[in-house]
Design a protein around this ligand. Structure first.
Ligand code: ACO
Ligand code: ZN
Length: 281
């Protein structure tokens, strides 16, 4: 039993079927009451309509003509594609995605106001269609400079680098907007691990290549990572000294090498030339 479980509402749906996967759920999700007596729900993997019975899904699959998320394909590299779905234009899809995601997100409040969000749905594509591996949501307008609201890699696809890819993607969008960004708080344990890993790798790579002094502001301009996140990451790596009332980065090459070795390599890179996108207006 997960230690969180006793603090959250009792889990209702135990498993979901999605495409070729049957997935055990982690947390409670507020499905409409008529679904609450089901242990298992069947999702159409393309439009995310959910049903209580296998036969209903089979009937649905014969008439559902979607083969990918309902939105614009804004990135394609090999078999990997990213779709941008506007919650206002695709309300039901956005809501269904939130219901599904909440099954794996503990401390997030579920937004029914999907109108205000864009959903970036990452898919692995083959001749049967584009299969969702994960997504992140992003407010159309964020006062707090959030560039990501919720992030999820579906359990069968976790620990393969998709989370890091989604995080990197969210920062590429921020760079195109000319803004710095930060994920909405609170972060889950896995969310924090993934962000820490991403920030560490990106910052170490720059510090390693850069000759001479560099400021947190310059790092922030280059990466779209918010200054506070840079500071906390570098503090965690003990690369910050406080001199004459200022934070100074002390990038001793030996220390950098040690951290870089420990950080390992991030597998899936975002190939920026394959991103075709303009900021939301
Ligand atoms: N145990 C230990 N470390 C882990 C684990 C794990 N189970 N999962 C991820 N990590 C760490 C590792 O450092 C990993 O890097 P490594 O594999 O090079 O060591 C790093 O996080 C990222 O791994 P990825 O494979 O890129 O990430 P993944 O595709 O598994 O997705 C995510 C990470 C999105 C956080 C996933 O765990 C998830 O969906 N969790 C459930 C939902 C959730 O908690 N989302 C974040 C909430 S906070 C927010 O939404 C703003
Ligand atoms: Zn469908």
């Amino acid at each position: 039993l997960r230690e969180h479980e006793e603090f959250t509402k009792v889990k209702n749906i135990a498993t979901v079927e999605l495409g070729r996967y049957e997935i055990e759920t982690w947390y409670f999700s507020p499905f409409p009451p008529e679904y609450n007596d089901s242990l298992k729900l069947y999702f159409c993997e393309f439009c995310l309509t959910f049903m209580k019975r296998k036969e209903q899904l089979q009937r649905h699959m014969r008439k559902c003509d979607l083969k990918h998320p309902p939105g614009d394909e804004i990135y394609r590299s090999g078999t990997l594609s990213m779709f941008e779905v506007d919650g206002k234009k695709n309300k039901v899809y956005g809501q269904n995605l939130c219901y599904l995601a909440k099954l794996f997100l503990d401390h997030k409040t579920l937004y029914y106001d999907v109108d205000l969000f864009l959903f970036y749905v990452l898919c692995e594509c083959d001749d049967r269609g584009c299969h969702m591996v994960g997504y992140f949501s992003k407010e159309k307008h964020s006062e707090e400079s959030y560039n990501l609201a919720c992030i999820l890699t579906l359990p069968p696809y976790q620990r393969k680098g998709y989370g890091k890819f989604l995080i990197a993607f969210s920062y590429e969008l921020s760079k195109k907007e000319g803004k710095v960004g930060t994920p909405e708080r609170p972060l889950s344990d896995l969310g924090l691990l993934s962000y820490r890993g991403y920030w560490t790798r990106v910052l170490l790579d720059i510090l390693k290549k850069h000759k001479g002094n560099i400021s947190i502001k310059e790092l922030s301009d280059m990466t779209a990572i918010k200054a506070e996140d840079i500071l906390s990451t570098l503090q965690g790596l003990e690369l910050i000294q406080y001199r004459k009332g200022q934070h100074v980065i002390c990038a001793d090459p030996k220390v950098l090498d040690r951290h870089l070795k420990a950080a390992g390599r991030g597998g899936l890179e975002v190939d920026v030339c394959k991103l075709i996108w303009t900021p939301y207006k």
